[in-house]
Design a protein around this ligand. Sequence first.
Ligand SMILES: CC(C)(COP(=O)(O)OP(=O)(O)OC[C@H]1O[C@@H](n2cnc3c(N)ncnc32)[C@H](O)[C@@H]1OP(=O)(O)O)[C@@H](O)C(=O)NCCC(=O)NCCS
Length: 303
Amino acid sequence: MHHIEVERRMAEKDIAAIANLLHIAADADGHPPLGEHKWLDLVHGGRSGFSGFVARDDHRRVVGYAHLSRGSANWGLEVVVHPSYREPDDPIGTDLVRAALAEVAAEGGGHVHLWVAKPTPAHDAVAHANGLTQGRELLQMRRKLPVEGMASTIGVRAFRPGEDEADWLEVNNRAFGGHPEQGAWDLETIKLRESEPWFDPQGFLVHQIGGRIAGSCWTKVHADEPPIGEIYVISVDPDFQGRGLGKELVLAGLEHLAGKDIETGMLYVDAANVGAVALYEKLGFEVDHVDRAYVGDVPAAPS
Ligand SMILES: CC(C)(COP(=O)(O)OP(=O)(O)OC[C@H]1O[C@@H](n2cnc3c(N)ncnc32)[C@H](O)[C@@H]1OP(=O)(O)O)[C@@H](O)C(=O)NCCC(=O)NCCS
Protein backbone atom coordinates (compact mmCIF):
# COMPACT_ATOMS: atom_id res chain seq x y z
CA MET A 1 0.00 0.00 0.00
CA HIS A 2 1.11 3.56 -0.53
CA HIS A 3 -0.37 6.98 -0.11
CA ILE A 4 0.49 10.27 -1.76
CA GLU A 5 1.05 13.61 -0.03
CA VAL A 6 1.24 16.96 -1.82
CA GLU A 7 3.95 19.42 -0.73
CA ARG A 8 4.15 23.02 -1.92
CA ARG A 9 7.10 23.97 0.29
CA MET A 10 9.64 21.29 1.06
CA ALA A 11 11.08 20.81 4.56
CA GLU A 12 14.77 19.85 4.82
CA LYS A 13 13.98 16.31 5.96
CA ASP A 14 11.60 15.73 3.03
CA ILE A 15 14.22 17.01 0.58
CA ALA A 16 16.76 14.60 2.12
CA ALA A 17 14.35 11.63 1.85
CA ILE A 18 13.56 12.46 -1.78
CA ALA A 19 17.24 13.02 -2.60
CA ASN A 20 17.89 9.54 -1.20
CA LEU A 21 15.22 8.06 -3.50
CA LEU A 22 16.74 9.95 -6.45
CA HIS A 23 20.20 8.52 -5.69
CA ILE A 24 18.83 4.97 -5.53
CA ALA A 25 16.97 5.46 -8.83
CA ALA A 26 20.05 7.06 -10.46
CA ASP A 27 22.20 4.06 -9.47
CA ALA A 28 19.60 1.64 -10.87
CA ASP A 29 18.94 3.56 -14.09
CA GLY A 30 22.37 5.03 -14.88
CA HIS A 31 21.10 8.61 -15.23
CA PRO A 32 19.72 11.32 -12.92
CA PRO A 33 15.96 10.79 -12.62
CA LEU A 34 15.06 14.47 -12.33
CA GLY A 35 15.99 17.13 -14.89
CA GLU A 36 18.18 19.95 -13.67
CA HIS A 37 15.51 22.67 -13.59
CA LYS A 38 13.35 20.53 -11.35
CA TRP A 39 16.23 19.38 -9.16
CA LEU A 40 17.14 23.02 -8.49
CA ASP A 41 13.52 23.83 -7.65
CA LEU A 42 13.49 20.95 -5.21
CA VAL A 43 16.74 21.66 -3.36
CA HIS A 44 15.73 25.30 -3.00
CA GLY A 45 12.50 24.16 -1.32
CA GLY A 46 10.24 24.81 -4.31
CA ARG A 47 9.27 28.05 -6.00
CA SER A 48 5.88 29.48 -6.81
CA GLY A 49 4.05 27.16 -9.20
CA PHE A 50 5.80 24.14 -7.74
CA SER A 51 4.13 21.06 -6.23
CA GLY A 52 5.87 17.88 -5.08
CA PHE A 53 3.94 14.61 -4.74
CA VAL A 54 5.53 12.17 -2.32
CA ALA A 55 4.43 8.52 -2.32
CA ARG A 56 5.15 6.75 0.98
CA ASP A 57 4.66 3.14 2.02
CA ASP A 58 3.05 2.03 5.29
CA HIS A 59 6.38 2.64 7.10
CA ARG A 60 6.47 6.21 5.71
CA ARG A 61 9.42 5.36 3.45
CA VAL A 62 9.50 7.46 0.28
CA VAL A 63 8.84 5.07 -2.63
CA GLY A 64 7.99 7.55 -5.37
CA TYR A 65 8.09 11.22 -6.20
CA ALA A 66 6.47 13.44 -8.82
CA HIS A 67 7.62 17.00 -9.44
CA LEU A 68 5.19 19.40 -11.06
CA SER A 69 6.14 22.92 -12.06
CA ARG A 70 4.25 25.62 -13.88
CA GLY A 71 6.17 27.25 -16.75
CA SER A 72 5.17 30.30 -18.77
CA ALA A 73 3.21 28.18 -21.28
CA ASN A 74 3.21 24.59 -20.02
CA TRP A 75 3.23 22.44 -16.94
CA GLY A 76 6.34 20.26 -16.57
CA LEU A 77 6.12 16.92 -14.77
CA GLU A 78 8.73 14.31 -13.88
CA VAL A 79 8.15 11.13 -11.90
CA VAL A 80 10.51 8.72 -10.21
CA VAL A 81 9.54 5.38 -8.67
CA HIS A 82 11.77 3.31 -6.36
CA PRO A 83 13.31 0.43 -8.39
CA SER A 84 11.65 -2.16 -6.08
CA TYR A 85 8.17 -0.89 -6.99
CA ARG A 86 8.23 -1.06 -10.76
CA GLU A 87 6.40 -4.32 -11.50
CA PRO A 88 3.66 -3.89 -14.13
CA ASP A 89 0.96 -4.16 -11.45
CA ASP A 90 2.61 -1.59 -9.12
CA PRO A 91 0.36 1.47 -9.37
CA ILE A 92 2.72 4.09 -7.83
CA GLY A 93 3.84 5.73 -11.10
CA THR A 94 0.29 5.84 -12.50
CA ASP A 95 -1.08 7.19 -9.21
CA LEU A 96 1.60 9.90 -8.97
CA VAL A 97 0.84 11.10 -12.50
CA ARG A 98 -2.90 11.01 -11.75
CA ALA A 99 -2.40 13.09 -8.58
CA ALA A 100 -0.28 15.64 -10.44
CA LEU A 101 -2.81 15.96 -13.28
CA ALA A 102 -5.59 16.46 -10.72
CA GLU A 103 -3.55 19.36 -9.32
CA VAL A 104 -3.17 20.83 -12.83
CA ALA A 105 -6.96 20.59 -13.26
CA ALA A 106 -7.56 22.22 -9.86
CA GLU A 107 -5.17 25.05 -10.82
CA GLY A 108 -7.08 25.85 -14.02
CA GLY A 109 -5.81 23.13 -16.38
CA GLY A 110 -3.29 23.50 -19.21
CA HIS A 111 -0.80 21.75 -21.47
CA VAL A 112 1.36 19.18 -19.65
CA HIS A 113 4.77 17.73 -20.54
CA LEU A 114 5.72 14.57 -18.65
CA TRP A 115 9.46 14.14 -19.30
CA VAL A 116 11.02 10.68 -19.22
CA ALA A 117 14.67 9.79 -19.73
CA LYS A 118 15.23 6.57 -21.72
CA PRO A 119 11.52 5.74 -22.08
CA THR A 120 10.35 2.11 -21.86
CA PRO A 121 6.98 0.42 -22.52
CA ALA A 122 6.29 0.84 -18.76
CA HIS A 123 6.50 4.64 -19.20
CA ASP A 124 4.20 4.40 -22.23
CA ALA A 125 1.69 2.49 -20.07
CA VAL A 126 1.78 5.04 -17.22
CA ALA A 127 1.37 7.94 -19.65
CA HIS A 128 -1.42 6.31 -21.66
CA ALA A 129 -3.29 5.30 -18.48
CA ASN A 130 -3.45 9.02 -17.74
CA GLY A 131 -4.48 10.13 -21.22
CA LEU A 132 -1.05 11.46 -22.26
CA THR A 133 0.40 10.81 -25.71
CA GLN A 134 3.93 10.85 -27.14
CA GLY A 135 5.24 14.36 -27.86
CA ARG A 136 8.64 16.13 -28.09
CA GLU A 137 11.88 14.18 -27.96
CA LEU A 138 15.21 15.39 -26.66
CA LEU A 139 18.40 13.77 -27.98
CA GLN A 140 21.40 13.27 -25.75
CA MET A 141 24.38 13.36 -28.12
CA ARG A 142 27.99 12.53 -27.32
CA ARG A 143 31.42 12.54 -28.93
CA LYS A 144 34.93 11.59 -27.88
CA LEU A 145 37.39 14.34 -26.95
CA PRO A 146 39.65 15.89 -28.00
CA VAL A 147 38.32 16.86 -31.42
CA GLU A 148 40.96 16.17 -34.03
CA GLY A 149 41.26 17.93 -37.38
CA MET A 150 39.11 20.96 -36.39
CA ALA A 151 40.07 23.89 -34.17
CA SER A 152 38.22 27.01 -33.13
CA THR A 153 39.55 30.26 -34.59
CA ILE A 154 37.54 32.90 -32.69
CA GLY A 155 38.44 34.83 -29.54
CA VAL A 156 36.46 34.05 -26.40
CA ARG A 157 36.55 35.37 -22.86
CA ALA A 158 35.17 34.04 -19.57
CA PHE A 159 31.70 35.14 -18.46
CA ARG A 160 31.86 37.89 -15.81
CA PRO A 161 29.45 37.10 -12.95
CA GLY A 162 27.77 40.24 -11.68
CA GLU A 163 28.36 42.12 -14.98
CA ASP A 164 27.29 39.99 -17.95
CA GLU A 165 23.92 38.63 -16.80
CA ALA A 166 21.58 41.20 -18.37
CA ASP A 167 23.36 41.26 -21.76
CA TRP A 168 23.67 37.48 -21.85
CA LEU A 169 19.99 36.97 -20.93
CA GLU A 170 18.90 39.27 -23.72
CA VAL A 171 20.95 37.42 -26.36
CA ASN A 172 20.01 33.98 -25.04
CA ASN A 173 16.28 34.68 -24.85
CA ARG A 174 16.29 36.22 -28.33
CA ALA A 175 18.22 33.24 -29.73
CA PHE A 176 15.88 30.69 -28.16
CA GLY A 177 12.72 32.64 -29.06
CA GLY A 178 9.66 30.65 -28.04
CA HIS A 179 11.58 27.66 -26.64
CA PRO A 180 9.55 26.31 -23.67
CA GLU A 181 12.48 25.82 -21.25
CA GLN A 182 15.29 28.00 -22.62
CA GLY A 183 13.56 31.05 -24.07
CA ALA A 184 12.32 32.75 -20.91
CA TRP A 185 15.24 32.80 -18.48
CA ASP A 186 15.39 35.64 -15.97
CA LEU A 187 17.99 36.86 -13.52
CA GLU A 188 16.87 34.32 -10.92
CA THR A 189 17.28 31.42 -13.40
CA ILE A 190 20.90 32.32 -14.13
CA LYS A 191 21.78 33.29 -10.53
CA LEU A 192 20.54 29.89 -9.28
CA ARG A 193 22.99 28.20 -11.63
CA GLU A 194 25.83 30.53 -10.68
CA SER A 195 25.34 29.40 -7.08
CA GLU A 196 25.73 25.71 -7.98
CA PRO A 197 29.03 23.99 -7.05
CA TRP A 198 29.72 23.04 -10.69
CA PHE A 199 29.50 26.64 -11.95
CA ASP A 200 32.82 27.82 -13.40
CA PRO A 201 32.92 31.14 -15.30
CA GLN A 202 36.13 29.96 -17.03
CA GLY A 203 34.02 27.33 -18.80
CA PHE A 204 31.32 29.86 -19.78
CA LEU A 205 32.79 31.25 -22.99
CA VAL A 206 31.59 34.53 -24.45
CA HIS A 207 32.36 35.88 -27.92
CA GLN A 208 31.90 39.61 -28.54
CA ILE A 209 31.44 41.53 -31.77
CA GLY A 210 31.54 45.33 -31.70
CA GLY A 211 31.40 45.46 -27.89
CA ARG A 212 28.28 43.27 -27.56
CA ILE A 213 27.79 39.61 -26.81
CA ALA A 214 27.33 37.85 -30.16
CA GLY A 215 27.22 34.31 -28.81
CA SER A 216 28.28 32.08 -25.96
CA CYS A 217 29.05 28.49 -25.10
CA TRP A 218 28.45 27.53 -21.48
CA THR A 219 30.04 24.24 -20.48
CA LYS A 220 29.33 22.13 -17.43
CA VAL A 221 31.49 19.38 -16.02
CA HIS A 222 29.53 16.46 -14.55
CA ALA A 223 31.53 14.90 -11.75
CA ASP A 224 30.73 11.37 -12.95
CA GLU A 225 33.38 8.70 -13.02
CA PRO A 226 34.86 9.33 -15.57
CA PRO A 227 33.72 12.98 -15.78
CA ILE A 228 31.57 14.11 -18.73
CA GLY A 229 31.73 17.60 -20.22
CA GLU A 230 28.45 19.10 -21.35
CA ILE A 231 27.81 21.84 -23.87
CA TYR A 232 25.23 23.18 -21.43
CA VAL A 233 23.79 26.23 -23.21
CA ILE A 234 24.85 27.44 -26.62
CA SER A 235 23.32 30.45 -28.28
CA VAL A 236 24.19 32.85 -31.06
CA ASP A 237 22.46 36.22 -31.38
CA PRO A 238 20.00 35.96 -34.31
CA ASP A 239 21.84 38.96 -35.87
CA PHE A 240 24.96 36.77 -36.15
CA GLN A 241 23.55 33.31 -36.88
CA GLY A 242 24.50 31.38 -40.02
CA ARG A 243 28.06 32.74 -40.22
CA GLY A 244 29.84 29.83 -38.59
CA LEU A 245 29.80 31.26 -35.07
CA GLY A 246 27.80 28.38 -33.56
CA LYS A 247 30.33 25.88 -34.88
CA GLU A 248 33.26 27.97 -33.59
CA LEU A 249 31.68 28.29 -30.16
CA VAL A 250 30.98 24.56 -29.80
CA LEU A 251 34.58 23.85 -30.84
CA ALA A 252 35.84 26.39 -28.28
CA GLY A 253 33.69 24.72 -25.58
CA LEU A 254 34.97 21.25 -26.49
CA GLU A 255 38.57 22.51 -26.48
CA HIS A 256 38.02 23.94 -22.98
CA LEU A 257 36.64 20.57 -21.79
CA ALA A 258 39.45 18.57 -23.45
CA GLY A 259 41.93 20.90 -21.71
CA LYS A 260 40.54 19.59 -18.41
CA ASP A 261 41.35 16.01 -19.56
CA ILE A 262 37.70 15.22 -20.15
CA GLU A 263 37.30 12.50 -22.75
CA THR A 264 33.55 12.66 -23.48
CA GLY A 265 31.60 15.67 -24.72
CA MET A 266 27.80 15.58 -24.33
CA LEU A 267 24.80 17.79 -25.03
CA TYR A 268 21.01 17.75 -25.15
CA VAL A 269 19.14 19.00 -28.18
CA ASP A 270 15.49 19.02 -29.17
CA ALA A 271 15.09 16.43 -31.95
CA ALA A 272 13.06 19.02 -33.89
CA ASN A 273 15.90 21.60 -33.78
CA VAL A 274 17.17 20.49 -37.19
CA GLY A 275 19.74 23.28 -37.49
CA ALA A 276 21.39 22.50 -34.16
CA VAL A 277 21.28 18.72 -34.74
CA ALA A 278 22.92 19.22 -38.17
CA LEU A 279 25.61 21.37 -36.56
CA TYR A 280 26.37 18.76 -33.89
CA GLU A 281 26.46 15.91 -36.41
CA LYS A 282 28.97 17.90 -38.47
CA LEU A 283 31.07 18.16 -35.32
CA GLY A 284 31.01 14.38 -34.87
CA PHE A 285 28.32 14.05 -32.18
CA GLU A 286 26.15 10.92 -32.23
CA VAL A 287 22.88 10.17 -30.44
CA ASP A 288 23.47 8.35 -27.14
CA HIS A 289 19.82 8.13 -26.07
CA VAL A 290 16.46 9.86 -26.34
CA ASP A 291 14.38 11.56 -23.62
CA ARG A 292 10.69 11.79 -24.39
CA ALA A 293 7.87 14.10 -23.38
CA TYR A 294 4.39 12.67 -23.05
CA VAL A 295 1.90 15.46 -23.57
CA GLY A 296 -1.74 16.22 -22.96
CA ASP A 297 -4.20 19.04 -22.38
CA VAL A 298 -5.85 18.93 -18.98
CA PRO A 299 -9.16 20.75 -18.68
CA ALA A 300 -9.84 22.92 -15.63
CA ALA A 301 -11.74 21.15 -12.86
CA PRO A 302 -15.28 22.46 -12.39
CA SER A 303 -15.21 24.93 -9.49
C1 LIG B 1 22.13 26.48 -33.11
C2 LIG B 1 23.01 27.75 -33.22
C3 LIG B 1 23.89 27.83 -31.98
C4 LIG B 1 23.88 27.58 -34.46
O1 LIG B 1 24.67 28.72 -34.59
P1 LIG B 1 24.97 29.39 -36.02
O2 LIG B 1 26.04 30.37 -35.81
O3 LIG B 1 23.69 29.85 -36.59
O4 LIG B 1 25.47 28.10 -36.85
P2 LIG B 1 26.71 28.05 -37.82
O5 LIG B 1 26.62 29.19 -38.78
O6 LIG B 1 27.95 27.94 -37.03
O7 LIG B 1 26.44 26.68 -38.59
C5 LIG B 1 27.25 25.60 -38.32
C6 LIG B 1 26.91 24.44 -39.24
O8 LIG B 1 25.57 23.98 -38.95
C7 LIG B 1 24.82 24.01 -40.16
N1 LIG B 1 23.49 24.53 -39.89
C8 LIG B 1 23.17 25.61 -39.13
N2 LIG B 1 21.82 25.80 -39.15
C9 LIG B 1 21.32 24.84 -39.98
C10 LIG B 1 20.01 24.50 -40.41
N3 LIG B 1 18.94 25.21 -40.03
N4 LIG B 1 19.86 23.41 -41.20
C11 LIG B 1 20.94 22.68 -41.60
N5 LIG B 1 22.21 22.97 -41.22
C12 LIG B 1 22.39 24.03 -40.42
C13 LIG B 1 25.50 24.97 -41.08
O9 LIG B 1 25.29 24.58 -42.40
C14 LIG B 1 26.95 24.88 -40.69
O10 LIG B 1 27.58 23.82 -41.38
P3 LIG B 1 28.85 24.16 -42.33
O11 LIG B 1 29.90 24.73 -41.44
O12 LIG B 1 29.21 22.84 -42.90
O13 LIG B 1 28.33 25.13 -43.32
C15 LIG B 1 22.16 29.03 -33.38
O14 LIG B 1 21.34 28.89 -34.52
C16 LIG B 1 21.30 29.37 -32.19
O15 LIG B 1 21.72 30.07 -31.27
N6 LIG B 1 20.07 28.87 -32.19
C17 LIG B 1 19.12 29.15 -31.11
C18 LIG B 1 19.53 28.44 -29.84
C19 LIG B 1 19.68 26.95 -30.02
O16 LIG B 1 18.85 26.31 -30.66
N7 LIG B 1 20.74 26.40 -29.43
C20 LIG B 1 21.00 24.99 -29.50
C21 LIG B 1 20.24 24.27 -28.47
S1 LIG B 1 20.84 22.65 -28.23
